[in-house]
Write a protein that binds this ligand. Structure first.
Ligand SMILES: [Fe+2]
Length: 145
């Protein structure tokens, strides 16, 4: 089979991913403990910053452009993923806003639930992006057979 290896992501991408993963679990740990709005607020602010940077790099740093250059038919999928970027940043902002109001233990649990939904969405999103890149390479190879 004619197979062109999917290139390895840049080293900076791994560093960024590791930082994000650390952050997701740090926030999960905060939710596992007693209400601590100050700490949560700081970590959510860091998450907003890291996610915005990560999404910007995907959108403007060449990742989506590479997929499009290999497989223009994946444009609609890229648009859906970009909409998810917007949505995920909105959810982090909503969570941060909620932490600014007084938070009791019920609200804390509710916020934890919303946060976990976001974390699941992010995982699934990342997986879809990875699959999309692989598919782009396969489609590209298909046009050159
Ligand atoms: Fe993304």
């Amino acid at each position: 089979m004619n197979s062109k290896p999917v290139p390895e992501p840049k080293a900076s991408w791994h560093v960024e991913h590791a930082a994000l993963e650390k952050l997701w679990s740090a926030i999960e740990q905060v939710f596992a403990g007693p209400v601590d709005c100050d700490r949560l607020r700081r970590l959510l602010s860091e998450l907003a910053h890291q996610l915005a940077k990560h999404f910007w790099q995907e959108e403007k740093g060449g990742y989506f452009a590479e997929v499009l250059s290999l497989a223009p038919e994946l444009r609609a999928r890229i648009e859906r993923l970009q909409n998810e970027h917007v949505r995920m940043l909105e959810v982090v902002e909503e969570l941060s806003r909620k932490v600014d109001a007084p938070v009791g233990s019920d609200t804390w649990q509710q916020l934890a639930g919303e946060y976990r939904e976001l974390a699941v969405l992010f995982q699934r999103h990342e997986q879809l992006e990875e699959e999309m890149l692989q598919q782009a390479y396969q489609l590209d190879m298909g046009t050159k057979d």
